[in-house]
Write a protein that binds this ligand. Sequence first.
Ligand SMILES: *Cc1c(COP(=O)(O)O)cnc(C)c1O
Length: 487
Amino acid sequence: MSESTSFHMTPDEFRTFGYAVIDWIADYQQRVESLPVMSQVQPGDIRAMLPAHPPAHGEAFADILADIDRVILPGVTHWQSPNFFAYFPANASGPAILGDLLSSGLGVQGMLWLTSPACTEVETHMLDWLVEMLALPEKFMSTSTGGGVIQDSASSATLTALLAARERATNFTVNRSGGTGKLVAYATSQTHSSLEKAMMIAGLGRQNLRLIDVDATFAMRPDALADQIARDRADGLTPIFVCATVGTTSSNAIDPLPAIGEICQRERLWLHVDAAMAGTAALCPEFRWIHAGLEHADSYCFNPHKWMFTNFDCDAFFVADRKALIDTLSILPEYLRNEATKTGAVIDYRDWQIPLGRRFRALKLWFVIRHYGVEGLQFHVRQHVQMAQQFAEWVRASDDFELAAPVPLNLVCFRHKGGDAINQQIMDRINRSGDLFFTHTRLDGKLTLRMSIGQTHTQMEHVQRAWTRIQEETRKLVQGQAARIQN
Ligand SMILES: *Cc1c(COP(=O)(O)O)cnc(C)c1O
């Protein structure tokens, strides 16, 4: 086709614009620290800058790229700023971005082994590497009875595990003929909300999710779990699934897997362990205690896209018995039939997830692991944990602030002793200043501030400055209050 009959970008144009985009990203990495961390725009501001109608004629790439600065950047909350301490990390890194770009460049759809053998085999191999890197139970290896798969999110991993649990517990009858409304699952008030959503999507009903009491550290009480299971059985219900968390989103609480696992084994329940953020810590032998009892788990997930420097999306999901999962999700229409699938010698990851299609996400993971090496990843995780422990020390030593929960790893839950209002004000004023961004939760009914320390480029100086800003803003607020009382 001649140039005049195509609107496509030519490879030469792609080369030129592609270099410009890479330059833009590298510049962004250099200046992100100077940008206000939390976006300062009002609702509708960004949309108001977009034309009302789509362009009839194609535009110059330089104009498109310029709008990233003009239109997009003001509306970006900078998750990649070293001063980002909100929610949980969603780490990017150079090797992950480049791996992701190559995945886009190859543009393969990896639903079957046949549709790109490399997409499947690299993924299987990376997930086996992760088992070794985190010292996870052998049964999660593809060479054993189980295996791993990349899901888009921990939410999808939980849903997938719940579906497999549902089918295993019912001899695959819900898939065939629908549910009875009598299947029950267990978690705590601290479990991620994605489980409640999964109960809805899986047709089990949110009323059949039991929230088990937690102890003083916000971890599940195994005695309360056992009692509730007994009550449900007495009521003619069928317990099927327990979701235990290693590092809850709210406070990094760690459910006691050894005791929960024993109950699951005795009661024949599927145990899913959600370690979305904290799992990465197990790269370091000294933090592997968080996984004590994991040998009881039927499935496990953690998110390299949170704390392991791998761009969203990348959740590593492992099952102990891949047959239960595949038998739950496999559908084989005629147009997907092929010899490799028939022989059973290959993995078709479409059977391990909800959607059919899938990107070549293992590429960015492969790049990250090769760029950093296990040693490099361990180094940065250790640094993050050290910084969080230092921050916790400052809180402990302070007269005005207190810790609100144990600090096992890289999340510090703390509060000013003066009550909810002052904590809210401290947080709002600092976040509006753009100097850093941190968020809150509620523990024991009290507003609690959270410092989640795990951004790729966060160093001690950033954590130190955050603590200084928090104290500074507190002093101003307290002095302001005192002045108002005197007047
Ligand atoms: C962040 C988080 C999730 C949700 O992760 P997604 O990948 O966004 O679905 C689930 N569970 C825990 C414990 C988390 O920290």
